[in-house]
Design a protein around this ligand. Structure first.
Ligand code: DUC
Ligand code: ZN
Ligand code: ZN
Ligand code: ZN
Length: 503
């Protein structure tokens, strides 16, 4: 007798959509059978009729910031592990990977990982979770002694590094040293690629000209800074033949550079997020915008600070060509994985987005960067990707679940609906049953706004009348080595040029 039988739905994998008379038997937290035909009446303790809707593997959101130790204390006005995973679950995401960040002065990663375990366990999580490590001070001891231990004992098989932000960026030599280790260990290396000096120069010029309203953030973080850093990361990776993943790719130029590297068979992978498919920087401008700059004509005093709600990095782009290029990357396979980059700060809070409005004067450089979006990621891609016929539902599964699983070492448990896998399953409404506008009142995070307010959605993970589950059901997932980019290959470029120099 199975604990649960799900039937009468279209089960989707990356390669296949099963006929509607296929059913899934679940016992405990595992899928134990998938059979064709109608399910017998007496094999399940409970039955769910999927009513002809899609059945997809639970979403895996591998880019989520929750209760991250901040550079400046007290800045954390975002979600807790409890509220963030509640929101994830309500949007069909059953596994998240959050960041554990090293600060420059941290000489060991072990206490940090313990601290993040405490944070996640404090109120429990609604869905499964793991941690990536952010490195800001990659000492030899950390690289050679601690990373292998964290991989082996904690199942932390991925690292993120920043090429931007004064307090976080790593230099090129450090990046190379990290790449050598991640290649050797088979860890996944995520890179935030923006040239910090280019960004800072533009910021200084904008400030000198008193151009500091929220929408100027998009001008400061120019696509040139993204493509320069992306190109540099790719060149560094070439030297040491190390696979890398460029996270939150937002521009046409960066996407093209990645595509070219992939065409050259370099192990370069890309992530993008809903905001880079669906929103332009003009959304940051108050209606009737104007600040004396070339973007408009109104007086500064009338302008609202609402645009700060959309401040993220990389920023929303100014040109529709960028949106189109990111969609192309989704469609043609350049994009490997689709995450939310859920990095929320409350708007109406002195340490949240309003930190950038002091004494009534707007300063985008003081606004915490990042958007909430863990709950809206899947419904937005289902609506604007699948139902608007830009991508297939199989591709949806690939970028929201299967490839994230393989990239980050979850493939032994997650990312597919198959016998032996975790029973992480999303049932969608049958086509045509849902049409509503996203509104923050209906979301489950603890943030006072959503950047997607008013976006129409035409599907949503079915909730059978309310969010079921509870905090404490989620568990920590130890990850293994991912399978994307780590296929064994011969000597590195570095080894080859050394060998040739010796000969
Ligand atoms: N990078 C992220 O990955 N998230 C939010 C802000 C940032 O710079
Ligand atoms: Zn980033
Ligand atoms: Zn302006
Ligand atoms: Zn992020």
């Amino acid at each position: 007798m199975y604990d649960l039988v799900i039937y009468n739905g279209l089960i989707v994998t990356t390669s296949h959509i099963s006929p509607v008379d296929t059913w899934i038997g679940i016992t405990g937290d595992k899928i134990v059978t998938i059979q064709s035909g109608k399910p017998p009446k007496d094999v399940g303790k409970r039955y769910i009729d999927a009513k002809g809707g899609y059945i997809t593997p639970g979403g895996i959101d591998t880019h989520v910031h929750l209760q991250q130790l901040q550079v400046a204390p007290g800045e954390d006005t975002g979600d807790t592990f409890e509220s963030g995973t509640r929101s994830a679950t309500a949007g069909g995401t059953t596994t998240i990977i959050a960041f554990a960040n090293q600060q420059r002065h941290d000489e060991s990663l072990y206490p940090l990982v313990e601290e993040y375990h405490r944070r996640a366990a404090a109120n429990g999580t609604w869905c499964d979770y793991g941690f990536h490590m952010i490195l800001t001070n990659p000492t030899k001891k950390i690289l050679d002694e601690e990373l292998p231990v964290l991989f082996e004992k904690e199942g932390i098989s991925s690292i993120k590094v920043y090429m931007t932000y004064e307090a976080r960026r790593v230099g090129d030599r450090d990046m190379l040293e990290i790449m050598l280790r991640t290649r050797k260990l088979g860890m996944t290396l995520m890179i935030h690629a923006e040239n910090d000096d280019m960004v800072q120069l533009v910021i200084d010029h904008l400030k000198e000209n008193d151009l500091t309203e929220p929408h100027h953030h998009a001008i400061a973080r120019t696509p040139l800074a993204e493509v320069e850093a992306t190109n540099r990361a790719i060149c560094l990776s070439n030297l040491v033949s190390s696979p890398i993943l460029i996270v939150h790719v937002s521009s046409s130029a960066a996407m093209s550079r990645i595509r070219t590297a992939q065409n050259d068979l370099q192990p370069i992978f890309a992530e993008t997020c809903p905001q880079y498919l669906l929103m332009l920087a003009e959304a940051m401008q108050p209606s009737g915008h104007g600040c004396g700059c070339s973007h408009g004509t109104e007086k500064t005093e009338n302008k609202s600070f609402e645009g700060a709600k959309l401040i993220c990095s990389p920023p929303l782009r100014e040109s529709k060509d960028d949106l189109d290029a990111v969609w192309k990357g989704m469609i043609n396979g350049t994009v490997t994985t689709f995450s939310s980059d859920h990095c929320p700060s409350a708007f109406d809070h002195p340490m949240g987005k309003k930190k950038g409005l002091q004494g009534g004067k707007a300063d985008f450089t003081k606004v915490p960067n990042g958007l909430p979006g863990v709950e809206t990621r899947l419904p937005l891609l289902m609506t604007y990707g699948v139902e608007r016929q830009r991508i297939s539902v199989q591709r949806f599964v690939e970028v929201t679940s299967t490839q994230p699983a393989h990239l980050y070492g979850l493939q032994h448990r997650k990312g597919a609906i198959a016998v032996g896998m975790d029973a992480d399953i999303v049932i969608w409404y049958p086509p045509g049953e849902v049409k509503h506008d996203i509104t923050n009142d209906n979301l489950h995070h603890s943030i006072d706004y959503t950047p997607f307010e008013g976006f129409e959605v035409s599907n949503w993970p079915r909730d059978n009348g309310g969010l079921v589950g509870r905090a404490g059901l989620g568990t920590y997932v130890k990850r293994i080595k991912g399978t994307v980019g780590h296929e064994s290959r011969g000597e590195t470029h570095l080894e080859r040029i050394t060998r040739m120099a010796r000969a």
